[in-house]
Design a protein around this ligand. Structure first.
Ligand code: SF4
Length: 88
């Protein structure tokens, strides 16, 4: 059983379209948590507690600090998101 509210939906400020929490938690097939996940979901449920439980201490600290991803990673992420949108 999945302990995550993956079916919850909201409008993504980056994509401009609705996304489910499951997408934010595991961006597409990449398996990475979106760096905006705490900002985007805190009003809906205790996303910080959930992420703290599910990530390593180091990964959660990085997420909580809101470290920006490096530029190459961001660019690759944007390209992948655009590609995924075209496939739908
Ligand atoms: S967490 Fe990331 S993918 Fe999810 S809605 Fe926010 S910006 Fe979009």
């Amino acid at each position: 059983m999945n302990d995550f509210p993956d079916d919850l939906e909201r409008r993504c400020p980056r994509l401009g379209s609705p996304v489910r929490f499951g997408y934010c938690r595991l961006l597409a097939a990449d398996g990475r948590v979106c760096p905006k996940i705490l900002d985007c979901w805190w009003e809906r449920f205790d996303v910080a507690a959930l992420m703290r439980r599910s990530l390593s201490e180091e990964d959660f600290a990085s997420l909580a600090e809101g470290r920006p991803p490096n530029k190459v990673a961001s660019l690759i992420d944007l390209i992948r998101q655009a590609r995924d949108r075209h496939r739908r």
